[in-house]
Ligand binder design. Structure first.
Ligand SMILES: C[S@@+](CC[C@H](N)C(=O)[O-])C[C@H]1O[C@@H](n2cnc3c(N)ncnc32)[C@H](O)[C@@H]1O
Length: 323
């Protein structure tokens, strides 16, 4: 079977790119040796870091996923060594948790979602189901490590590909502002890979405490500012502003436009109607630019993730110019 080998530090990035390009073979697990990780692939694609292709035998995946589906629980996220299950009301969650612990040696704790992400800090409602009784873990993504307490701060592993997409646009020398920085994934991944000034703004004290540890653990220079993005954004002048607050980023557009240098690129996230998710963010962006006497040019838009039956998450990139 065709396999691709990459250095361990690039494994998460490689996996995300392979998956995005439909090259990662499902049904088989990855292999590793001291220095490299090997993924089973269906085709050859070019990666932006050293890699090599060779024929390998890959282990068949265990049937944890099938057993979980039998429990009506096919959906779960893994953050560090914690699995977060969604109960679709069709199965036995305790049984599913024990299957997960048995079939995935890297999972040490299973939590159950008990509601949506609530409140200003967008914290996932969870309760403990099985394994070690804790909500704090360390997650690896794109060669960086992130401590996160899932009961106290926001983190979603599902946004790893989007973070890499944004990283690919960032150029050395930029000043990058990340309001709504959470425990720091966008800010730290950019600071790790580019020679930029990166400022991360976050209101939730618990997220900020983890972000400060994450900045130190990843040995990057991110300026972490705790407080309300509306008050803090206008203190800076930015070449790029990343606004990952899909529920409420529109309330911060005026402050972001005050911080935008001529030519600044804004990555704007929003939740819109399924089938027509861009109408709302495009109107918000155009109205805000008019109010602030700026011109905007839409540079790109894409649907990111499904949010609920009728809603999806959209990303719009736009450039800001003086009128
Ligand atoms: C959807 S989360 C995104 C977190 C992070 N960027 C990530 O991708 O993991 C939004 C974050 O914005 C923070 N937040 C909400 N209101 C804020 C405000 N007024 N000023 C600064 N941060 C805020 C929340 O606490 C939360 O951590």
């Amino acid at each position: 079977m065709l396999g691709i080998g990459v250095e361990k530090k690039n494994a998460e990035r490689a996996k995300a790119i392979l998956r995005e390009n439909g090259a990662l073979l499902s049904g088989y697990g990855a292999k590793s040796d001291e220095k490299r990780v090997y993924f089973p692939v269906s085709k050859r694609i070019e990666l932006p870091f050293p890699h090599s292709y060779s024929q390998k035998i890959f282990p068949k995946k265990q049937h944890g996923a099938r057993s979980l589906r039998e429990q009506g629980l096919s959906s779960f996220d893994i953050v560090g060594d914690i699995a977060v299950l969604e109960d679709r009301g069709k199965g036995d969650v305790k049984k599913a948790a024990s299957i997960l612990l048995k079939t995935n040696p890297r999972i040490k704790t299973v939590l159950l979602k008990t509601g949506g992400r609530t409140g200003e800090f967008r914290i996932q409602q969870v309760k403990w189901l099985a394994g070690k009784k804790r909500t704090k873990t360390v997650h690896k993504e794109s060669g960086c490590v992130f401590e996160v307490d899932l009961a106290r701060a926001y983190f979603s592993p599902r946004l790893s590909t989007e973070r890499l997409r944004v990283l690919a646009k960032v150029k050395d020398g930029e000043t990058v502002l990340v309001p709504f920085a959470g425990v720091g994934p966008y800010a730290i991944i950019i600071a790790k890979n580019r020679k930029c000034r990166v400022v991360a703004i976050e209101k939730n004290k618990d997220a900020v405490a983890s972000m400060r540890k994450n900045v130190a653990a990843n040995r990057v220079a991110v300026e972490v500012v705790q407080g309300d993005a509306n008050a803090i954004l206008p203190r800076y002048k930015a070449d790029r502003i990343i606004m990952p607050l899909p529920h409420g980023a529109f309330d911060f557009l005026d402050a972001a436009l005050k911080a935008a240098k001529d030519g600044c690129v804004v990555h704007y996230y929003s939740i819109g109607e399924r089938g027509n998710p861009f109408e709302k963010p495009l109107k918000e962006i155009r109205d805000a630019c008019l109010r602030n006497r700026k011109k905007c040019r839409i540079a790109g838009k894409r649907v990111l993730l499904s949010y609920s039956a009728g809603l999806e998450r959209a990303a719009v990139d736009f450039t800001v110019r003086r009128l």
